[in-house]
Design a protein. Structure first.
Length: 304
């Protein structure tokens, strides 16, 4: 398959001067339609104990505490998966949830990171994102370069070394979990783009790109994705209303209620169509961290 993601994301407003001259970052706008990365789910004690029972029940409630082994549901894999990256691509597909990878205080620290950026710019509708790779941030109905916006306000380094270190540590924990649960060959799995913070509110959409609640599949948006993970930074029903994550595959519909520090991982193919409910009150925070088996689509750690 050809990648649907343009390769010129590095040009995301590098020539910014005045705020009035902030250009549109067209290749990134699709993220708002595909908050695909918005949830995640996949593995449990690894495939020996996959539960293939069909159910449509609430998979994880906001007031549940999911232990070390996590929750797992298997779904039939997309037949279009190819054995191009043997030892890395999924041979069994599904959804995994755990509350044991990230602490409440670590989630709070990540929200503070996100808010540093979102204090500089926000979307015109109910969805605002910050791409940690390109530095693209929602800017009204467009995108701007957050590094330039920060410099305009005299901020040379948006995130501290300790903040970046925390993000990298958490990303590595999630990556290790994917590798262990799917029994992947060490070193084959790579971080890919877009990796981003999301902030959702009940504010009405200003453009189609604010409508994050449409059903979609991650590989329809970014076909180099193999595994999608989502870390929730605050809690459904406590910090906001709505905003639940719903899997929409036939016979395998599941609902996941976000909880601070909860991690979901899922295989990114058409076996896992999904959407996010509209947020009706409060503000929902999350970070999406996708992984690929394709070495050409690996990205470095953020430098913001």
């Amino acid at each position: 398959m050809k990648s649907k993601v343009k390769k010129d994301d590095k040009k995301t407003a590098e020539k910014l001067g005045k705020k009035e001259d902030v250009p549109v970052i067209n290749s990134f706008t699709r993220i708002l339609i595909s908050f695909t990365i918005a949830g995640v789910a996949i593995v449990y004690r690894m495939f020996p104990v996959w539960n293939s029972k069909i159910d449509r029940n609430l998979l994880a409630a906001w007031n549940d505490t999911i232990g070390t082994e996590g929750i797992i549901r298997e779904v039939p894999c997309d037949p279009l998966y190819r054995a191009t990256f043997t030892g890395c691509e999924p041979v069994r597909c599904g959804r995994y949830i755990t509350d044991r990878l990230v602490s409440s205080s670590e989630a709070d620290s990540l929200i503070k990171m996100a808010e540093k950026a979102f204090s500089l710019s926000s979307g015109s509708g109910g969805a605002t994102i910050l791409d940690l790779h390109s530095g693209a941030i929602s800017y009204g109905s467009r995108f701007a370069n957050v590094k330039q916006l920060a410099k305009d306000k005299g901020i040379e380094q948006l995130f501290s070394k300790d903040e970046i270190k925390l993000y990298v540590e958490i990303k590595n924990r999630i990556k290790k979990t994917v590798e262990q649960k799917w029994r992947l060959e060490k070193g084959r799995l790579k971080l890919t783009k877009p990796t981003f913070f999301s902030k959702m509110s009940s504010k009405p959409p200003a453009t189609i790109h604010d409508e994050y609640w449409h059903v979609h599949t991650d590989t329809d948006q970014y076909d180099m994705f193999h595994y999608t993970s989502l870390l929730y930074l605050n809690t459904h029903n406590a910090d906001y209303k709505g905003g639940r994550f719903l899997f929409d595959s036939p016979n395998h519909n599941h609902t996941v209620e976000p909880k601070k520090g909860r991690v979901m991982i899922f295989t990114s193919g058409t076996e896992n169509p999904h959407h996010v409910e509209k947020v009706t009150a409060g503000t929902r925070y999350a970070i999406t961290i996708p992984f690929t088996c394709h070495p050409d689509y690996a990205i470095p750690e953020p430098n913001l």
